[in-house]
Ligand binder design. Sequence first.
Ligand code: SAH
Ligand code: SF4
Ligand code: F3S
Length: 472
Amino acid sequence: MQEGVCDLEQSLAPGLREDIEAAGAAARARWGESPRALVRTYGCQQNVADGEKIKGLLSLMGFSFTDAPEEADFLLFNTCAVREHAEDRVFGNVGALKNIKRRRPEIMIALCGCMTEQAHVAQRLRQSFPFVDMVFGTGAIHRLPGLMGEVLGGAGRAFLRGCQEEVLMEGLPIRRDGSSWAWVTAMYGCDNFCSYCIVPYVRGREKSREPQAVLSECRGLIEAGYKEITLLGQNVNSYGKGLKEPVNFAGLLREIDKLPGDYRIRFMTSHPKDASEELFRVMAESRHIPRHIHLPFQSGNDRVLGEMNRRYTREKYLSLIATARRLMPDITFTSDVIVGFPGETYEEFRDTLSLIEQVEFVNLFTFIYSPRAGTKAASMPDPVSHEEKTKWFAELLKVQEAVAAKNCRKLVGARQRVLIESVNSKTGLLQGRMENALTVDFPGPPQRVGDFAWVEITEANGSALRGVEREG
Ligand code: SAH
Ligand code: SF4
Ligand code: F3S
């Protein structure tokens, strides 16, 4: 199978083909017969999945792709707004394009994604980045060909945001980044309004795709040889709200699991308030779902969880972990955690540390709180200095390192089924992902990437695992 060319010719949404053809013709008129695009995606898997749709559209418009800004005719930044650092990087990188645009005024520079859905960002781009030609929001991906056609036709700069309600859920081409693993969007948006989080403001309300659409995308991928499918949503456990036929996420997983083939189904993200025993039962009974769940807890302290509007307690979280372990003794957990939420005290932070030690996560994604304009937490008093939070953060990393190393030591001697994802560029070894979400490096030829293999873990160095292949 060729890399990254799946689903390009699926049935396109009405009107899209005409827009694609018109924009393709305008692109060739400006940039010649083989125009080149750079698409740089920041942020979470949802954005990566959007990036694949954008690349699908550009492919059909006749673009090939490059990572080098100097070589590209069309440069698009697919942005993330979740923390300030993410936004600063984008502003820095876009600012650096000014010189390229000065040298080659015929290029087109565009921004899309979560950052652009914020009014103050759109304003700043309009005023301070005059060399940016086009901005479109998270719900307007299908408008890319139309907008490009307009700008190339001389209509001036195009700014389109505030259109999350428009999200086109079906009929977009997808140019996948991988040939053995794939993202499949189960639902768009988020209704939870955790008090620190910008996502509901930039991604709009929750919308679930019809189960038949998800199922047939998965079926197509498995038939095309894909080995790992990750279902995406900001809170997959509330999948199904608002659909004509009642179905929940556990039911959707059960249906996908029935598809024949040798493959894995993963999913993210699960919100603890909606994770159910039914979900764990489906996982326990399934043939294709790895015994691993990403279940963000954010904080181990009930007052902080309340202020975060997470709508579960430490006890509820721990009881979910216990239920999952009762049904699947070998299940592993990964999680997200925020350090230094406004008003969090050191004592409260220590509850986060104790929860980490209690659950023994195999991996944690850790963040220092970053105020986001327009969210509730951004107006809460935040007396602890950034310097102090950085110290807490370092303490947390130490605790997690010890927990992770302990988890890894336990694996030495075990034989694990891995999906070979890549060749480690530093060591030249193959890198395989186990069911438990950890990776192990082992020797083997690069053409094995994309295969399943059985690997015996021979060595744990902190959380770095080494192994050897052991078939049979
Ligand atoms: N929908 C997912 C997560 C989306 S954002 C969920 O609910 O779990 C990914 C992670 O970024 C969050 O889990 C959280 O840990 C972190 N995050 C979100 N907003 C943040 C902020 N303002 N500051 C620091 N971390 C944040
Ligand atoms: Fe943000 Fe909460 Fe929604 Fe996750 S569930 S995207 S943290 S608001
Ligand atoms: Fe970032 Fe948007 Fe994802 S804000 S984390 S890219 S939903």
